[in-house]
Design a protein around this ligand. Structure first.
Ligand SMILES: Nc1ncnc2c1ncn2[C@@H]1O[C@H](COP(=O)(O)OP(=O)(O)O)[C@@H](O)[C@H]1O
Ligand SMILES: [Mg+2]
Length: 292
């Protein structure tokens, strides 16, 4: 893999916090931009009507900084996918606000949202969702072509090299392994240089070793190329590739962890299980005081 593949957009070369991060923050502030790619404020999502109501998200406030890799974890039904869908403009919160870069999603109409998702957001799912009749290269460039654009010269080859598929650009998905197909999906998500890539269980369909490769690739995209990534997973090892883990329980933030290890994540998850018996909450966010 070529580490300088996307050096035209390197924003986080130094990795970690330091003078460079500060300078970046100041530059962004001066230009009127924020250091967060996505910001959720008091996001609440209620499905259904009256007697069959389900509160999927119950007042979630958080931000995803540019160039960071965040994992979202929590028990099944805790609202992880709903959080991702709301943050990505695929679903609308019942109340609350989602800002993606400078855009307030609730103020956008369906056409504007469609364009925003196409131009500024990348998606990676558990199912790779590739078109079988198209080659690797055609699958990767499809979003751009649908938008009526052509990729900049050399851009597709660069991205394909970055995900380790430089030699396979004319193959079709059926000629690739699962891991390679997910690499195509990642290349497709990265091609538009999105503000954020949302991934819902991206390694869910892969064997352990292949999953590690894919996670390493996502981490590289974040650390070397400054890509903002938000990934839902239920695997503590997968979460340990992220810079930060957000824990959800019953639609609420139930703590977060910086520089996670598989062990520290697994321990938090065990505590979250104790939630069901009204056990003690792990480190609460200040904003959540008194919510439960
Ligand atoms: N379209 C929907 N209609 C009704 N209830 C839903 C819908 N989507 C999700 N839910 C409910 O919202 C809650 C959170 O779901 P989800 O975000 O999918 O959780 P997770 O991804 O953590 O498993 C669950 O109780 C789920 O049943
Ligand atoms: Mg889910």
């Amino acid at each position: 893999m070529c580490s300088s593949a996307r050096d035209d957009r390197l924003v986080n070369e130094s990795s970690g916090t330091g003078p460079d991060d500060k300078r970046q923050e100041e530059t962004l502030k001066k230009s009127g931009k924020t250091t967060d790619a996505v910001r959720l404020t008091a996001v609440r999502k209620v499905y259904g009507k009256r007697d069959s109501q389900v509160v999927a998200l119950d007042g979630v406030t958080t931000r995803f900084d540019r160039g960071t890799f965040t994992a979202v974890m929590g028990p099944s039904g805790s609202g992880k996918s709903t959080l991702l869908q709301c943050a990505a403009g695929l679903d609308q919160p019942t109340t609350g606000s989602v800002m993606l870069e400078e855009h307030e999603l609730s103020e956008m109409n369906e056409t504007e949202l469609t364009e925003l998702r196409r131009d500024r957001i990348g998606f990676v799912f558990q199912a790779f969702n590739l078109l079988p009749v198209l080659t690797v290269r055609q699958n990767v460039t499809l979003p751009l072509r649908l938008a009526g654009n052509k990729p900049a010269r050399g851009r597709v080859s660069k991205i394909l090299d970055q995900v380790g598929l430089g030699e396979r650009s004319h193959h079709r998905p059926s000629e690739l392994s699962g891991g390679q197909q997910q690499r195509v999906a990642i290349a497709r998500a990265l091609i538009s240089d999105p503000a954020v890539v949302f991934a819902d269980e991206p390694t869910g369909a892969l064997d352990t070793r292949t999953a590690r490769d894919i996670l390493g690739l996502l981490r590289h995209a974040s650390q070397a190329a400054g890509q903002t990534i938000v990934m839902v997973t239920h695997d503590p090892v997968a979460a340990s590739y992220a810079d930060r883990v957000l824990f959800l329980a019953d639609g609420r933030l139930a703590g977060e962890l910086d520089s996670p290890t598989p062990e520290s994540v697994a321990e938090r998850m065990t505590h979250l299980g104790a939630f069901d018996d009204d056990g003690p909450l792990p480190r609460l966010e200040p904003t959540r005081k008194g919510q439960r």
